[in-house]
Design a protein around this ligand. Structure first.
Ligand SMILES: Cc1ncc(COP(=O)(O)O)c(C=O)c1O
Length: 389
């Protein structure tokens, strides 16, 4: 019989299951649960985008594309980045179409990190950075961003975390799970610290389109930052296209080339049908983004006020579609709070510590759900917190 403990790599065996997954597993088979756990739009992909995908299949575009993505898509992407975010990238050499932003993140890490190298990861944040750094043989250096810092990475904390081995700095803003954004002046202060090093920045801007009020600013637009920044983005959140698995990176040629080599051997190219659909999204999708954003904004305003009113304080998030609410003041750990809320009121939310230890005392709620759904969840949460008093 095969001995799997010997068959599996040490790195794979050391990988811990995601804290979010653990909570999803608890939901399985339960009836009547109101879930606010999922980080994906509740909208279906707009029809003109779906049609472009359908047409591409009907027209026989069922083959591999250029490894980097179709030239047409990269041209549209280049126009889009310029139009929406003042980012200038050469479609021939600086853009790479990937399997979701997820692949772009993995490529960015693997293209820059050698065994023992350090990657700075501000937390609480999305769950993939640390495990992917681990698989690349690197070491995550976690910066704990706390409520006192408004969950933002500060230049002081960044400077203190940098060593000679720092190869990559992850900037995950707008943030999942906190909804925090970094404004230009804050990015400038971080850039000042980063420019003293030889480190590359992995700027995960998947929520760039979903900011409420203040326009997203990419660190790559700041002086001298473009040459050391890998911008990662994708179609999942802005265009409600999670299942199409399409993302991209934008970075100077040397960085793109290194990522491209890994991409070419690992996946050949991103799905062809998705590239055709995404090209339409880039061309004619601005109004869809606006429509969905307005709806998220309505929900955001409702939810923040409602939660504060029932004794679950949370700051107003400025981006993405999450609320990071305080639960620690009820004397329960984040996990206890969420487990009991699920048991007693059938509402599912994600414990804050799933996004890093500094998320303890908090919980993440997604408002990528209808207002009706949110209202029912709030009603149940109110009953739950009343019972804790
Ligand atoms: C911050 C962040 N980055 C990246 C991703 C992955 O996105 P994609 O579906 O494009 O792989 C997510 C998905 O939740 C996310 O929240």
């Amino acid at each position: 019989m095969i001995d799997y403990s010997k068959a599996l790599s040490q790195k794979a065996r050391d990988l811990k299951p995601s804290g979010i997954r653990k909570f999803f597993d608890m939901l399985e088979g339960r009836k009547g649960v109101i879930s606010l756990t999922v980080g994906q739009p509740d909208f279906a992909t707009p029809w003109h985008i779906r049609d472009a995908g359908i047409d591409s299949i009907a027209d026989g575009h069922t083959f591999y594309t250029s490894n980097r993505g179709t030239p047409e898509m990269r041209r549209e992407l280049s126009n889009y980045l310029e139009r929406r975010f003042d980012l200038t990238y050469n479609p021939e050499t600086e853009l790479l179409v990937t399997v979701g932003a997820s692949e772009a993140i993995d490529l960015a890490i693997r293209a820059t990190v050698d065994e023992g190298d350090e990657v700075i990861v501000p937390m609480p944040s999305f769950v993939c950075y640390d495990p992917l750094v681990h698989m690349a043989g690197g070491k995550s250096v976690v910066i704990e961003c706390t409520a006192e810092d408004n969950f933002k990475l500060t230049p002081e904390k960044l400077r203190a975390a940098i060593t000679e081995r720092t190869k990559l700095i992850v900037l995950p803003y707008p943030s999942n799970p906190t909804g925090v954004i970094l404004e230009k002046a804050e990015l400038e202060a971080l850039a000042k610290v980063i420019l003293e090093t030889n480190a590359v920045v992995l700027s995960d801007e998947i929520y760039a389109e979903l900011t409420y009020g203040k326009k997203h600013c990419s660190i790559a637009t700041l002086p001298a930052m473009k040459e050391r920044t890998i911008v990662v983005n994708g179609f999942s959140k802005a265009y409600a296209m999670t299942g199409w698995r399409l993302g991209y990176s934008a970075a100077p040629e040397q960085l793109t080339e290194a990522m491209f080599k890994i991409h070419q051997y690992g996946v050949m190219c991103a799905p062809t049908v998705s590239q055709y659909a995404a090209t339409e999204a880039l061309r004619n999708g601005d109004a869809d983004i606006e429509m969905m954003k307005e709806e998220y904004d309505r929900r955001r305003k409702y939810l923040v006020k409602a939660l504060n009113d029932i004794g679950l304080p949370c700051p107003k998030p400025e981006g993405a579609f999450y609320v990071f609410m305080q639960v620690g003041h009820y004397g329960l750990s984040s996990e206890e709070f969420c487990e009991r809320l699920l048991e007693e009121q059938q509402v599912a939310i994600v414990p804050g510590n799933a996004f890093g230890q500094c998320g303890e005392g908090y919980a993440r709620l997604s408002y990528a759900y209808s207002l009706e759904h949110l209202k029912e969840a709030v009603k149940r949460m109110e009953k739950f917190v009343q019972s804790l008093k």
